[in-house]
Design a protein around this ligand. Sequence first.
Ligand SMILES: Cc1cc2nc3c(=O)[nH]c(=O)nc-3n(C[C@H](O)[C@H](O)[C@H](O)COP(=O)(O)OP(=O)(O)OC[C@H]3O[C@@H](n4cnc5c(N)ncnc54)[C@H](O)[C@@H]3O)c2cc1C
Ligand code: FES
Ligand code: FES
Length: 1321
Amino acid sequence: MEAKTDFLIFFVNGEKVIEKEPDPTCTLLHYLRSKLHLTGSKNVCGEGGCGACTVMISKYDDENNSILHYSVNACLTPVCSVHGLAVTTTEGIGSLRTRLHPVQEQIAKHHGSQCGFCTPGMVMSMYALLRNNTQPSMIEIEKYLEGNLCRCTGYRPILEGYRTFSKESCAMGDNCCKNQTENKLKDEKKENYSPPYDPTQEPIFPPDLKANYSAYNNKSLLFENNGVRWYRPVTLTELIELKHQYPHSKIIIGNTEVGIETRYKKMKYHVLIHTCNIRELNNITYTDDGIKIGSSVTLSQVEVVLQQAIHNSSDEICRVFKAVVEMLKWFAGKQIRNAACIGGNIMTASPISDLNPIFQACTAVLEVVSKGNSMRKMTLDGNFFQGYRQTIIQPTEVLLSLTIPYTNKNEYFEGYKQAIRKDDDIAIVNAGMRVVFEPESDVIKELHLSYGGMAPTTVMAKNTMQKLVGRKWENNLVPAACQYLEEDLPLDPGAPGGIVEYRKTLTTSFFFKFYLTVTQQLYNKGITQENTIPRSHLSAIETRELGPSKGSQVYELVGAAQKDDNPIGRPVVHSSAYQHATGEAVFVDDMLTLKGELFVSPVYSSRPHATLINVDTSAALQIPGVKGYICYKDVPGSNHIDISDEQLFAVEEVTCVGCLIGAVVATSAPIAREASRSIKIDYKDLPAILTIEDAIENNSYLSKSPVYHSGDVNKGFEECEQVLEGEVYMGAQEHFYLETQSSIAVPKERDEMDLFSAGQFPGGIQESVAKTLDIPFNKVKCVVKRLGGGFGGKEVQSIPTALMAAVAAKKYNLPMRCCLERDDDIVMTGTRHPITAKYKVGFSSEGRISSLDLNIYANCGNAPDVSYAIMGAILIKCDNAYKIPNFRVTGHLCKTNIRSNTAMRAAGSIQAMFIIETVLQHVIDQLGVEPTKVRELNFYKVGDRTHVNQIIKDCNIQSCWEECLNHSDYYNRKTQVHQFNRDNRWRKRGISIVPLKYGISFEVIQLNQAGALVNIYTDGSVLISHGGVEMGQGLHIKMIQVASASLGISSDRIHISESSTNIVPNAPPSAASVSSDLNGMAIKIACETLSKRLEPYKNEKGSSWNDWVKKAYEDRVSLSATGFYKAPDLGPDPATNSENKFMYYTYGAGCSEVEVDCLTGDHTVIRTDIVFDVGTSLNPAIDIGQIEGAFMMGYGLYMLENFKISPNGKVLTQGPGNYKIPAISNIPKQFNVSLLKGKPNDRAVYSSKAIGEPPLLLSVSVFLATKSAIMAARHETGRRGYFRLDSPATPDKIRMQCQDEFTKQFPVAEEGTYTPWFIKL
Ligand SMILES: Cc1cc2nc3c(=O)[nH]c(=O)nc-3n(C[C@H](O)[C@H](O)[C@H](O)COP(=O)(O)OP(=O)(O)OC[C@H]3O[C@@H](n4cnc5c(N)ncnc54)[C@H](O)[C@@H]3O)c2cc1C
Ligand code: FES
Ligand code: FES
């Protein structure tokens, strides 16, 4: 092969790109964003786990003379791999400047975009699907979008938007008769797009790529840059030669494994060989033994080929194919399957590979070649994997193909996988199982059991396999198999991955499922005469397809008297929705770089508590492109962040993993990151306190314990009929906003500093930058255009990123960009506070609670941050909707050596809800009575005082509750659930309904204020500025609606550009759900002032808004007004001797039904009904979007999201690969939301109510329904009454609490006898 390097040529959105010096380490995403300035595709995780970077690749298939289109993750696609291909990004399919593509329009119009950070990725996934299938089914759409995460919307509106393209949609579009019965949330302003989608309107494939196919594809290539070589051989001989020459080179197809190794595991490879164009590696042939698949064939292609084979052949011969296809359903997202190849999965030899257990159990045959040796064949058997990520294939060898064998009629095969999140998640345990019987009998001739997740490699349960051969396939096989499997698959209690008992239980539970499946098949074929499986046990193996998700959204239409151009109460689309969809919305890291701009990457502690001995920056500073290093010595002012009460840069001691030590400044983000990783830090470890238990033991608290009490708790206990005590724990939750913490600092003249930040608290950033740089506040301007999600995590924890940029900008007098990578963001920022609650409750035999004593311990981490306020919220909200006459609640703020925990959507409130509902449930379980009766018995009534002495004035608990009971048909469905549970041994259902009361206001009274500035320009257009920040919650559109109604002009004439501290000063953070209440009032006041000023000009007949403005201007009337609002009546009320902690309360009720697989712990939310009180909704689409999104975030907290820290303080869940937020498959199969009607709120703007946080709390209904399903499972083995269930109820907890003969075999190892993989914080 020639040693000269080639040009990289490809097309992006129809334009030819010629790169003369391609960098083999550069990803397509980096290239698009940095070189081509196409910033629509977002960088969220860099590990293929979120889909925000999705683009479409098109290539010409010369054999079939067709064009192939497929979606990929640009963050894992090496730019060098797209030579000769066409790339399409969201910018390429439509824009606001030209015309919108229907895929962009539909997601925007149906409110499928909130913060908008996930939206371009969603658009491109859907677009790629439509390019392959112009009318997909809803199930296909859901499957296609599995690899795209959204943290805001709860996915329902995205699916709703894309329903228009589906088979299920009607040709009448939104005018379909089915839509007439409900209030459909569509944008009233935009014309509705009518399907069918017309593919002929799409851009054509670049003719150059087709005409010159051979030149692009049949020529060997070499790219070299920075000491890394990228070879693209086109013949097998060339490839073999290269592998011989460079045995330690990496073959690249999808780069989904190598990409992770180089980015996150610090691996460096100097020779990369791209094998996509080698025919022998891409062949698929039918042989006498099975289907032979070339090693470079992608997983999506494998899926198609095997599906065709299944379709065309008899069931008996396709059993392995079926298992592979079934497994691929759960394997990653579509983008990964489109890129990753089958050989890559085998050769990576991951112990949790999903395919290797199947290939091992079916003894697939591999072909390998190397230089000088003829091709050799081997079976992928028990000897194939030699150790952790090692196989018997030699470094100089190339894997050519794999043959997946046919099965015969006496042979049965199944594959199993269990993960935390069913879709797009890596396995906890998986398995391939194959049994061959003696002809026409049930006597085992061969048995192959292969497991993943039970050892450093995929392993076979050899002993079990041998011992069971010759035995009959009958019930007594199961206990024997379980015994042998235990011996075959030992796991140390502290084994990597943890949850060891669960993993062991899965091995036997899977076998039991296999046993039942095969037994059923033997019976169906007449091989066994007697059906030994009771009907109810079939539930272990029956999979019910529940179809695509569906739901309804019901709200009150505006009255007929309301003027058409008054937008209050109408479902107007988010003000940036269309820019989100087209990629035109500019987030911090999308801003064009300024002249001289440099990049900042953090350096932080890897120890939880230690003295800093030495920080050696010498190696980092040698790296070309590195400009320098900053630390506390470079801080001109205070190194202490007052708002969170912590140090910016550590000086002598680090107090958590993630504690900031310094930062590297370099000419590019990748160089800065590489250099920050090269800094060597010497520590002297100090004792670390990580958990609540450690803190209690060491008496480590941030402050004295705050207490609230009402009545006489002790007397209450003495006088009540029953008393119970208990304890419960709720884990942490990572915010997982899609846009990471980001700031750009721009130094100006005379010490001025401009900050462009993704922060919820611009005023906090301004104050902190000023103090850090030792300049007055008036020299710092913080501008926030929009956030790609915040959820409380960018309230105070956006400050360090801004400060790093500002300190560096000051030192080098150049603009600085500091946008954290996902793993840095997760490690450096805190989470929702984990809590332990200890309770003692006194109650009557009917369930009336008379006395409650709560002690709540929160793991606050290494600094106060906003922990006092959060503990305050827990303490004052832990009554929920219940009047408890004697109540004492004490908070304990544990100071530990983990990263300081912080605000997160419904901070404190959700912990409070969890605690009180757990207490109620304990009482209910103890009494064995209908849960709704106990809850109702304790409801607050108008006039009651809460335990913090606030009088309940307007109480809508009962209205929401009754409506929810009706809508959900609770009592009938509960009867059905009981019947289901009687009929099914291994699947159980539960249903639960909960009420909600939620107090609205900042706990710190002074924060309940807002300012606004409204400018009318002489063309009649209006610009509003207010103190709130748009982070996806639809604040700006609501504020525009308020201004439109107040000024009496169409909302099209009103604009909000950004939030800035030099326009509206001293604003509180956008938090606590009060932003629209406070800012809305401030805007209304300013607009009323302006309206009054325009009054004299309005009388002239036939005159318009523009005339009034013109006249007023000519009269030299100010067309600019400020508005200021302070929430009234907060604090003590001497007249009633009460305390107004909140402006008002908002109410709701939620009912959920859940089905649990008792053998694996999997669950499905079958249905959720929510009734919510938003007063008179300002914008029902935004409000319903907030309800659905918040509910799904709460669902994640309760059911999926397990933030893990190792015993030495290391964060184990640093990205979407191992931290699982809800995906599209998690939404309730039926999700109905309705807004409570006829309950205006006279305490907030236009009678509305706050919405951002409260609905999150209703997700506890899913947790309680799950608990109820587990309880039904426990009844099967005679276990009755209360049991403790901590949050999150991940599959391991569900499975182990179901308790049966399989769990009994694996008791939990005694604490203290081993070092666990992760700890309970
Ligand atoms: C977000 C995400 C989700 C994932 N989910 C899953 C999942 O659910 N289940 C699962 O099992 N895995 C999963 N993976 C792992 C990964 O996708 C698979 O292992 C994939 O099959 C690797 O294929 P690739 O083409 O991307 O490999 P690459 O990264 O391109 O290569 C992987 C390795 O294979 C070697 N190799 C490739 N071809 C040959 C050959 N012909 N001869 C010799 N060596 C060869 C390479 O040298 C390299 O070492 C996931 C990965 C990501 C990033
Ligand atoms: S950024 Fe590419 S998948 Fe997340
Ligand atoms: S809109 Fe999907 S992440 Fe924000």
